[in-house]
Ligand binder design. Structure first.
Ligand SMILES: N[C@@H](CCC(=O)N[C@@H](CS)C(=O)NCC(=O)O)C(=O)O
Length: 174
């Protein structure tokens, strides 16, 4: 247990061993920590992700597109083990400099298009395949209201609560 009278320093420094179940993720660093190429499969879409709440959004979308018979939505999926630090490998950082899953590459474009941020991936796929995003301005806006809500508001509450309730190495009600 650290000092409960902790006073934030004037200039914050990263104490890398601050502990917690997820001490290895959300590291305040930029750039790769090691060389690690990403695998590439046979389909135009390459997904680098994991079955987390942000990760599954894209898989659900791709599966729904396939369910509609959209063959172009075939994809190869590769796990990025964020607990092992795969998100800081050179290949992945080139794809998403923010080192977070999910990330997608569309190799049907020349040059290939990288897409990161789960909401942007959903939007990209919706626009690419003309699905799940109405053209009518009112309906499109209502869809985007909820897309932006789930990106900007839901994680603040759900993620913030989950972190302090379950994962933070010290518990306090605030
Ligand atoms: N706003 C981002 C958040 C992505 C995100 O937080 N991904 C987590 C897993 S759900 C991650 O990759 N964490 C690894 C890390 O922070 O080191 C999105 O929606 O894509």
């Amino acid at each position: 247990m650290s000092d409960p009278t902790y006073t934030p320093p004037k200039v914050w420094k990263w104490e890398s061993e601050s502990g917690g179940t997820f001490a290895k993720i959300n590291r305040p660093i930029a750039g790769p920590t090691h060389d690690q190429e990403l695998p590439v499969g046979e389909h135009p879409l390459q997904l680098y992700s994991l079955a987390t709440p942000n990760g599954v959004k894209v898989t659900v979308m791709l599966e729904e597109l396939l369910e509609q018979g959209i063959k172009g939505a075939e994809y190869d999926a590769y796990p990025i083990k964020i607990g092992d630090g795969d998100q800081f490998g050179s290949g992945f950082v080139e794809l998403n400099p923010n080192s977070k899953i999910p990330a997608l590459v569309d190799r049907s474009a020349d040059p290939a298009i990288r897409v990161f941020e789960s909401g942007n991936i959903l939007l990209y796929l919706a626009e690419k395949f003309g699905a799940f995003l109405p053209k009518d301005i009112a309906k499109r806006t209502e869809t985007l209201n909820w897309l932006f809500w789930q990106m900007g508001s839901a994680p603040m509450l759900g993620g913030g609560f989950g972190h302090f309730y379950a994962y933070a190495p010290e518990k306090y009600e605030y």
